[in-house]
Design a protein around this ligand. Structure first.
Ligand SMILES: Cc1ncc(C[n+]2csc(CCOP(=O)(O)OP(=O)(O)O)c2C)c(N)n1
Length: 206
């Protein structure tokens, strides 16, 4: 497995950051009932820890579905901004979604990849990202031209602001450390679904 410093050099010397901190910075910018889809793994847990907004959907169970679910929400609700958070291992399992997103090009979709180079939640095994797969290069090659590594926290915030004002999909990748998430999502799939459906206005409150 390549050392963190080698991986950073290959991805433009992106700083290794905290997923918990970046997630809180992202959520702090959301003022318009934006939908946020958290993928399985620690992206989900840190989204939960950053505050349980009714417009958050917490994917539990299958890897690689945050971006596809977010694409569906973005197409169904073009007036709402939609953000998806995914781990590198999960995205690498579902790379085809990138070219589909590029082809459909929703104006309101932002993709964020938290790349720690490991399948952290199942024990820290190395992902192909640790061996050299560059998720930004893959996204660009899939047709998402607006794809970038966040160099540091300020750059991450700048990229998020640009993405939230954009009219085509953006992908932001961040090198993150292997610290555990700040909380664990409460596992109640029915509640997760119903709260989200009400949160995005497609289900009336009981
Ligand atoms: C289709 C599928 N394969 C395997 C698993 C087991 N599994 C759950 S989370 C996970 C690792 C996720 O890695 P990543 O997306 O990089 O997130 P991290 O754990 O690093 O936060 C694995 C292998 C699963 N849930 N679904």
């Amino acid at each position: 497995m390549a050392k963190t410093s080698e991986r950073s050099a290959r991805t433009g010397n992106a700083k290794v950051m905290s997923r918990t901190d970046l997630t809180a910075r992202l959520v702090g910018k959301l003022k318009h009932e934006e939908a946020v889809i958290g993928g399985i793994g620690n992206t989900n847990f840190d989204l939960w820890a950053a505050g349980q907004r009714p417009q958050n959907f917490y994917m539990l169970g299958s890897m690689g579905l945050a971006f596809p679910i977010a694409l569906g929400v973005a197409l169904a609700q073009p007036e709402r901004r939609v953000i998806a958070l995914e781990g590198d291992g999960s995205l690498l399992m579902q790379l085809g979604c990138l070219s589909t997103i590029a082809m459909l090009a929703p104006k309101n979709l932002t993709l964020i990849v938290m790349d720690n180079g490991i399948y952290q939640i199942t024990g820290g095994q190395a992902t192909p990202a640790a061996a050299g797969a560059d998720l930004v290069a893959i996204a660009r090659g899939s047709g998402i031209a607006e794809s970038a590594w966040a160099a540091d926290e300020e750059d991450f915030e700048r990229l998020v602001e640009a993405a939230l004002a954009a009219t085509r999909p953006h992908l932001i990748a961040a090198h993150i450390d292997d610290k555990p998430a700040a909380a664990v999502t409460h596992r109640d799939p029915v509640q997760v679904r119903e709260r989200f459906m009400r949160g995005i206005g497609v289900r009336a409150a009981p």
